[in-house]
Design a protein around this ligand. Structure first.
Ligand code: ZN
Length: 173
């Protein structure tokens, strides 16, 4: 059985050592419905059984994957996984990413565009989803004002970028 077949049949132990290969395979598009569903199951199982040596980039990759392919029926499982995700010292806690993912799937279930979720979690305006309508830089006061428009649903949002200690902070109205 090759590594992909092992991933599809949720053989986590076998996949652990070759996870890069698995991730690469599943990042290619398009996937069949079966592959999509299998990898959602795989990602959930993996997050359930995290081991101390698992790298943060793997956790982030799996969460991103669930963001794109997860469906609202995995919400109960995500609620269980969230508290066992590791906090990262001095960095953004992965449990926040899990909360964001949960909010995203709840909105998906309610038919609300994903842009609302991004805005609620203080997204940067410089993501694919948004078109920047205007940007006014106030260099003396260390902030910039943005108006962005969602390319999917045309909602517009106004906000400001403030220079934070490590990275910019975004506040949206
Ligand atoms: Zn939108």
């Amino acid at each position: 059985m090759d590594i992909l077949e092992q991933a599809l049949t949720l053989e986590l132990k076998a996949c652990r050592h070759d996870l890069d290969k698995v991730m690469q395979f599943f990042s290619r598009k398009p996937l069949t419905k079966r592959e999509e569903e299998s990898f959602v199951r795989f990602a959930l199982q993996y997050l359930y059984q995290l081991e101390e040596q698992d790298s943060y980039s793997v956790i982030a990759g799996l969460l991103r994957w669930l963001h794109d392919y997860g469906t609202p029926d995995i919400l109960p499982e995500l609620e269980k996984i969230k508290p066992i995700l590791p906090p990262r010292k001095g960095l953004r806690d992965y449990r926040i990413d899990a909360s964001e993912l949960i909010a995203h799937l709840q909105k998906k279930a309610a038919g609300i565009c994903e842009c609302k979720n991004k805005i609620d979690f203080g997204t940067s305006p410089h993501i694919d989803m948004f078109e920047i309508v205007s940007c006014v830089v106030h260099s003396e006061e260390y902030y910039s004002e943005y108006v962005v428009r969602c390319k999917r649903c045309s909602s517009e949002y106004k906000g400001r970028e403030e220079e934070g200690y490590h990275y910019p902070v975004y506040r949206w109205n």
